[in-house]
Write a protein that binds this ligand. Sequence first.
Ligand SMILES: C[S@@+](CC[C@H](N)C(=O)[O-])C[C@H]1O[C@@H](n2cnc3c(N)ncnc32)[C@H](O)[C@@H]1O
Length: 390
Amino acid sequence: MTTAITSIAELNVTLRRARVTIPVTSFEQKFLDLPDKSVAEPFRRLLIIKPLSRNDPGVIEFCNKQRERQQTQQTSFYVERYQRTIAAISQDQGGIFEGNRVRRFFDLGYSPGGFSSWLLNRNPSARGVGIDKNASEGSMLENEAGRYTIRTEDIITLVLQSVENGEDPIIPLAANDGDGSANHYDLVIAGAFPVGEGHIEWWIRLQLVLSQLLLVLINTTQGGASIILVNTKPFCWMAEEIGILRHSFEQLTAKKGDTHKKSSSCYLICTGFRASMEDVQKYGAWIKKMLVRLQARSREEGAGRVFDAELTMPTISGRTFDEIFDSEHQKVLELFTEPWNIQYKALKGMFENIISKNAASPTSAKSFWGSASAPAGRNRGAGADSDSWL
Ligand SMILES: C[S@@+](CC[C@H](N)C(=O)[O-])C[C@H]1O[C@@H](n2cnc3c(N)ncnc32)[C@H](O)[C@@H]1O
């Protein structure tokens, strides 16, 4: 199967001429409507290439095949990839996550264990705790008895239970860690993300984002850091999360890891935790209220698409869309422009590669993969961005 677009020249013309045709949320539209069109251009051109690649038969086939190959990869392949990602993050930040600068860390969605194993290795005095709903079988972390605690739990359930009990979700380093006080990790990683689970409803994704945000705020020590996986689609809630983070940390930097160049996500590296107890209480109350609302919403018949939801659900902070946009859009642009550019280039590069390979062998192979038929498996037209919210 070949691409609908048959040459790189045609691809370039299509990209230049095309208009945004995929539905955007009201909040995203505000970026497109900014008077200075150049500032939102990286976002706009991403909205154009996404549906082009998602619906292109050649790209769908390429992505399905890539996914199949990924499913057969050994765990060690992913562990090494995540180890490289955190090594690059630490290097960018002047080595702050190595050389015993990390003493206590908490890793949300730790499995298969790339980040955690790297931290233990590079910080011989460090101790850590990891939570994941899927236990990492045969992980090297199991041999780290005494330095690392593994908890197999669902983060959303854990947080909702603490909210129901009227408690803050304070996570001890180990079962026998008597302290039990809040804010005692110098690094909290919030990297839990649904992987290979197919379609996940928007409210579950949002509950996971908010549960992790609450755990970050409650468990990070003053001056500490957090590495947070965020969606780069500028939903109103994402802008609110960024607003909370920029008040709670001295510095925020975006970093796109090798693992998600083509997807709508990146890591936010947040350093210098500075939120006061009152701030944490205030943001915590907003987040808890939203989590309870989302739980109620999930029980409603046909809880709706994320587009409608953004309009029918109250915002986290209770501010209006306009107020949130006015106060946060500069920071969103500052953080996400580079990840949008990287994603655009990765999608375009993939497109160009497939076109070139097909052009090089048009008769002997009907497709990039040398097969006339699309590989079996999920073919939801999700193309290069199967794990995004939309
Ligand atoms: C991309 S992987 C994280 C990789 C990890 N940072 C590493 O270095 O190896 C995301 C993890 O989040 C976990 N996860 C997703 N939803 C979760 C939830 N609700 N509760 C706990 N873990 C969850 C998945 O099981 C998966 O192992």
